[in-house]
Design a protein around this ligand. Structure first.
Ligand code: COA
Length: 258
């Protein structure tokens, strides 16, 4: 039974809530393990097509790794923790669309987790930062790599070297988040995007995710080859037949995920 993770199902959408609001949803070892387990469960649940990830309470998405666990930990122990079940890799490799619904502080490992999601939708109250430098450490959940890929070296360097927070509008301006909404409308707006995505073919969504991610992880030539392979693979799905037929018959498609 999960202690720090809640799962809510709304039609074909699941919402995972990291539920430690009294600690601003900081990621301790237990929460990471439970989050990985929740993602495993939803990956294998054929009813679920899109997953939203958020934090409990009104203050935070996730305020980072649980700093209290750092005290007294040796380098060897820290390495073992980070290499055991890497929640960032688990989130990034999740095959269904994953949307971060960012409802407050999104710091350190929280920002790194949000960057492993495919879309980031923020409330106006969201604050973003990589404050590890203030603790005498550096981002360790992929922050130096994914932030740089997402917003460029100059802006990434500024966030990581200063450790200062930026607000939701600035995060939107520099491309760290896709959309910003009044906080009271965040859930409704995120669910609206999630349900639009959930109406698409799950087969094509998985292929599209893999192809887009290939862009920043391959050379252009390898990325273009990957795209052709994944595009062609879609032709083996019933969903492709349904999508094409529905267009020609001037009706909405009914995708089955096969
Ligand atoms: N790890 C562990 N506990 C954390 C935490 C974290 N990353 N972030 C917040 N908390 C805890 C606080 O210790 C406090 O617990 P307490 O009530 O038992 O003392 C509780 O969450 C509420 O946080 P608080 O600091 O009182 O809220 P605030 O509104 O004054 O400040 C922040 C909010 C986000 C600015 C501040 O909590 C903070 O700087 N957190 C650390 C962020 C960070 O450095 N993350 C990267 C870690 S590598």
């Amino acid at each position: 039974m999960a202690e720090n993770i809640l799962i809510e199902r709304i039609d074909r959408i699941a919402i995972i809530t990291i539920n430690r609001p009294e600690k601003l949803n900081a990621l301790n070892i237990r929460t990471r393990a439970e989050l990985a387990q929740a993602l495993d469960e939803l990956r294998d649940d054929s009813e679920i097509r899109v997953v939203i990830l958020t934090g409990a309470g009104e203050k935070a998405f996730v305020a980072g790794a649980d700093i209290s666990e750092f005290e007294g930990r040796t380098a060897i122990e820290q390495r073992a923790v980070m290499r055991s079940r890497n929640i960032f890799t688990t989130a990034e490799e999740f095959p269904k669309p994953l949307i971060a619904m960012i409802n407050g502080f999104c710091l350190g490992g929280g920002n790194e987790l949000a960057m492993c999601c495919d879309l980031r939708i923020a409330g106006e109250n969201a604050r973003f930062g990589q404050p590890e430098i203030n603790l005498g450490i550096i981002p360790g959940g992929g922050g130096t790599q994914r932030l740089t890929r997402l917003i460029g070296e100059g802006r990434s360097m500024q966030m990581i070297l200063t450790g200062e927070m930026i607000d939701a509008r600035e995060a939107w301006r520099i491309g760290l988040v896709n959309e910003v909404h009044p906080t009271a409308e965040l859930r409704e707006k995120t669910l609206a995007i999630a349900s639009r995505v959930a109406s698409r073919s799950p087969v094509a969504l998985a292929m599209a995710k893999a192809a887009v991610k290939g862009a920043s992880r391959n050379t252009l030539r390898a990325g273009l080859d990957l795209e052709i392979d994944l595009f062609s693979l879609c032709f083996s799905s019933e969903d492709k037949d349904e999508g094409v037929r529905a267009f020609l018959e001037k009706r909405q498609p009914d995708f089955k995920g096969r």
